[in-house]
Write a protein that binds this ligand. Structure first.
Ligand SMILES: Cc1cc2nc3c(=O)[nH]c(=O)nc-3n(C[C@H](O)[C@H](O)[C@H](O)COP(=O)(O)OP(=O)(O)OC[C@H]3O[C@@H](n4cnc5c(N)ncnc54)[C@H](O)[C@@H]3O)c2cc1C
Length: 533
């Protein structure tokens, strides 16, 4: 017998579960499929202000108090102390050089700190995904979603009036007819295989491999490099990025002391290693640590709490994100790289967009308009390209810390402008605004131009260019971002240590198209947009 539902969602990561739940709240009949069981490990842990803004908006619009409460570290601790998380005050970067300890040259150190929040209580978090995703599944079930785990889906037949899914659960075959199918299964994508959606990876720039795990006993950078000048927040309570010749390493500390860490290695970086160093994931991990004494010290007593794993290529990209009866969530459509932590924010933005599309269809034909799906498809394509360009530029810039710090300003200007304007001038249309400056006449073209310039500089002399070419890049970028720089970024007087600067914001009121008084009145909105009813 064939069962039926209105919306079938494949994959119960936070994106699939949260969208399933919102659709259930809107009155849709939703089935959520998961091939595994919860709790389960998932990578992709560091949230950002834009991610939390989306989470707050979802919480408020659909009356989901937990979403609102999980959007700051303070509210999370108060309401969900049992869900593991880490305090993330901002983005910390250090440049290391092979065979040399990190050089603490005081304010001239190769160190960049950009605060993302003004206080611990308002700060972002690292999500222990096993706990967070499990929470969202439980809440989806409580909202009426028909959740089925341990499912093996074998086919999807997308017709003009429905989608037929077939598979088995615990060995028992089933068939389901749905009006609409959402693939939230991540790469390589269940539906992409069924529909033979071609890959678009060859037209993208970024390539990296990953060796990673979770560790106990990682030492804090403040203990490994004592005496660093005080920054806008304690260096370690952040998404910590260690830039190295072969790529970079992330280190995300959870409040319970466990640290999620991984090396992202470029093809050139991998090629520079001895073949004996790459024989297995553990050997590669140790070989990378041995090259960088400060990292070796930080991880000297660390023990992996799960096996160290290796992924030779982490990028993927499809050429279509939606059709008449189906849509892919961003992580299913494309993934670039963890640099700049775009994944959670982009996924939540898509939850908002699809939820709005189903909301408009609720009184009518109960599937999103083709026009909206076409818009969704175009948005995801343009945004995946933009993420790729920003990240690829940053990889080029890693050769020299000044170039990297300049390129990072492009990212931080774009996201701070988006966050502040969306918080101070909230509108339903915000969910459809282009991610990472897509569609913005000032910021939109910059990542491509920055990458072009960085490639030219990198080719000029040994990868790092001349001091003139580096200064030229910095000057060009500072000038180019100025019309959107409401956060006082790219300011040499800051010595690469950027707090949340409300004074710069107030001074920059005209950049937001607001008066000084309007910005002053709006400041409380930067601390949260009001609790859900
Ligand atoms: C190394 C790395 C680091 C990252 N770091 C960050 C970061 O710091 N910050 C950030 O914002 N983003 C980061 N990301 C991106 C982040 O991981 C993703 O954006 C996020 O996991 C997407 O969540 P999701 O719910 O869409 O999908 P997923 O988390 O991929 O969940 C997919 C679910 O679908 C299930 N599934 C898969 N196939 C099937 C099937 N055939 N049938 C049924 N179920 C299926 C899976 O079991 C899983 O539960 C990182 C990614 C990588 C690779």
């Amino acid at each position: 017998m064939t069962e039926s539902c209105e919306v079938a969602i494949v994959g119960s990561g936070f994106a699939g579960s949260l969208l399933a739940r919102v659709l259930a709240v809107l009155g849709y009949d939703v089935v959520l499929f998961e091939r595994g069981t919860h709790p389960r490990f998932a990578i992709g842990e560091s949230s950002t202000p834009l991610a939390n803004l989306s989470l707050e908006r979802i919480g408020i619009r659909y009356g989901l108090a937990d979403c609102y409460n999980l959007a700051t570290h303070g509210r999370w601790l108060e309401h969900f102390p049992e869900l593991r998380r880490g305090l993330k005050r901002g983005f910390t970067y250090y440049r290391h050089h092979p065979g040399k300890p990190f050089a603490n040259r005081g304010l001239d150190s190769e160190r960049l700190l950009v605060a993302a929040s003004p206080s611990d209580s308002l700060s972002d978090t690292h999500w222990l995904r096993a706990d967070v995703d499990h929470h969202f599944v439980r809440e989806a079930v409580a909202a009426g979603v028909d959740y089925r785990d341990c499912v093996d889906l074998t086919s999807a037949d997308v017709g003009t009036d429905s989608v037929r899914l077939a598979g088995s659960r615990n060995g028992a075959p089933f068939e389901l007819r749905a009006n609409f199918l959402i693939d939230a299964s991540g790469p390589p994508g269940f539906l992409a295989r069924q529909l033979s959606i071609p890959s678009g990876l060859e037209n993208t720039e970024t390539r990296s491999a990953l060796v990673f795990s979770h560790f106990d006993g990682v030492r804090l950078m403040k203990d490994v490099v004592p005496g660093l000048p005080e920054g806008p927040y304690p260096d370690d309570w952040a998404a910590v990025h260690h830039l190295i010749d072969e790529g970079w390493m992330y280190s995300l500390r959870f409040d319970d002391g466990v640290t999620s860490a991984g090396f992202l290695l470029t093809p050139k970086g991998i090629a520079s290693l001895k073949s004996s160093d790459t024989s297995d994931a553990g050997t590669l991990w140790r070989a990378m640590l041995e090259r960088y004494p400060t990292l070796a010290s930080a991880f000297a007593d660390a023990t992996p709490v799960m096996p160290i794993a290796f992924l030779p290529v982490i990028q993927h990209r499809l050429t279509r994100a939606a059709g008449e009866r189906w849509a892919l969530m961003p992580h299913t459509f494309a993934f670039v790289d963890p640099l700049f932590s775009t994944g959670i924010a982009w996924g939540l933005r898509a939850v908002e967009r699809l939820a709005l599309a189903f909301e408009s269809a609720a009184q009518g034909k109960r599937v999103p308009d083709v026009e909206l799906l076409t818009r969704y498809d175009a948005a995801l394509g343009a945004e995946a390209d933009q993420i790729d360009l920003v990240v690829a530029g940053a990889y080029e810039a890693m050769a020299h810390f000044d170039l990297f710090a300049a390129q990072a300003m492009l990212y931080f200007t774009t996201v701070s402008f988006a966050e502040v304007s969306q918080r101070l001038k909230p509108t339903e249309a915000a969910a459809w605004r282009g991610f990472l400056g897509v569609g913005d006449p000032v910021l939109g073209p910059l990542p491509r131009e920055a990458l072009r310039r960085l490639k030219r500089i990198a080719d000029s002399r040994g990868g790092v260019g001349t001091s003139d070419s580096r200064r030229g890049f910095k000057d060009w970028l500072t000038h180019a971002i100025a019309p959107r720089n409401i956060a006082g970024l790219a300011d040499p007087a800051r010595r690469n240590l950027y707090p949340v600067d409300f004074d710069a914001l107030i001074e920059g009121h005209a950049l937001l198209g607001m008066t000084r008084d309007q910005v002053l009145q709006g400041l409380p909105a930067l601390r949260g947009i009001g609790a859900p009813a």
